[in-house]
Write a protein that binds this ligand. Structure first.
Ligand SMILES: Nc1ncnc2c1ncn2[C@@H]1O[C@H](COP(=O)(O)OP(=O)(O)O)[C@@H](O)[C@H]1O
Ligand SMILES: [Mg+2]
Length: 270
């Protein structure tokens, strides 16, 4: 079986390429300055070419009683092919950071570069399109639509991207086969185990051939065997060149990632 990930027609079209050029060199300068160390451009890419980069990112939730500083000055860079785990106690800011890195939220201070664009430069509609085509999300509770079959759930983002019906169907089936669910195409989420639901969610996240997959506690609802299957799947996707960022309490998952960063009160430890 061909295990590399084919990119659907709509995702191949040269659209949604924002903020190259100036932003790329600007981002490179920012990352050199803030992330630090010497950057060898023979091997490392500037931030706009990184899968994801954060430069001195803060997120403060404004509350009536008092503000919550959930993320305080995080800088990091994730290159294509990296597998990064973000760990930390509950309330340390993992979900907030993951939302910022995936362009689901914008920082109160600092910059996020996501799959070739500076998030701040995109309008809401452009950002939604950019996320649809370039970023995959997986959540603890799967977020599948209960009335749709596994295949129809995976087809949704392809449909949003304008992929024609036949190709949509073929690709959804291929992706479900890729995550080991070729025998569950017509099952609805309620007819699947937790581990199977999460694998459908991973297939859906891969629908449009993203540059990066972000997962928030993806094994939080799963037993040990199913958690191990998710780690195995992530490892094999990473071997195909996909960048992964996983927020997790699960030490087996964190140890399986190539790199691990710990958040303590919204800051990276060490
Ligand atoms: N929408 C929100 N409004 C206000 N405070 C929030 C919101 N989301 C998270 N927080 C607070 O921000 C901090 C970090 O939360 P979170 O990012 O969910 O941490 P983690 O995922 O590590 O458990 C916590 O103190 C939490 O209570
Ligand atoms: Mg969380």
């Amino acid at each position: 079986m061909n295990r590399s990930l084919p990119v659907p027609t709509a995702a191949r079209a040269p659209r949604g390429e924002h903020a190259r050029g100036d932003a790329a060199s600007h981002a490179g300068a920012l990352v050199r300055g803030v992330v630090g160390g010497t950057v060898d451009y023979g091997r490392r890419l500037p931030a706009a070419e990184a899968a994801v980069a954060a430069v001195d990112v803060h997120r403060t939730y404004r509350q009536q009683a008092s503000d919550v500083q959930a993320v305080r000055g995080v800088s990091l860079s994730v290159e294509p092919g990296d597998f990064l785990a973000i760990t930390g106690a509950s309330g340390s800011g993992k979900s907030t950071l993951l939302h910022l890195l995936g362009g689901l939220d914008t920082p109160t201070h600092g910059e996020v570069f996501l799959a070739g664009a500076r998030v701040r430069d995109l309008s809401e509609a452009e950002l939604a399109r950019h996320r649809l085509m370039k970023v995959g999300f997986v959540f603890q509770r799967f977020h599948l639509l209960s009335m749709l079959s596994a295949r129809e759930n995976v087809e949704l983002p392809l449909s949003e991207a304008g992929v024609p019906r036949r190709e949509r169907r073929q690709r959804a089936e291929w992706l479900l086969e890729r995550v080991g669910l070729a025998h569950r195409l017509a099952h609805r989420p309620g007819e699947l185990s937790g581990g199977e639901r999460q694998r459908v969610a991973v297939a859906r996240a891969l629908a449009n051939g993203p540059r990066v997959l972000l997962a928030d506690e993806p094994t939080g609802e799963l037993d040990r065997a199913n958690s191990a299957a998710i780690l195995e799947l992530f490892t094999s996707l990473n071997a195909d060149g996909l960048a992964l960022i996983v927020a997790t309490h699960d030490m087996h998952l964190a140890e399986g990632a190539g790199r691990c960063l710990e958040l303590v009160d919204g800051r990276l430890n060490g």
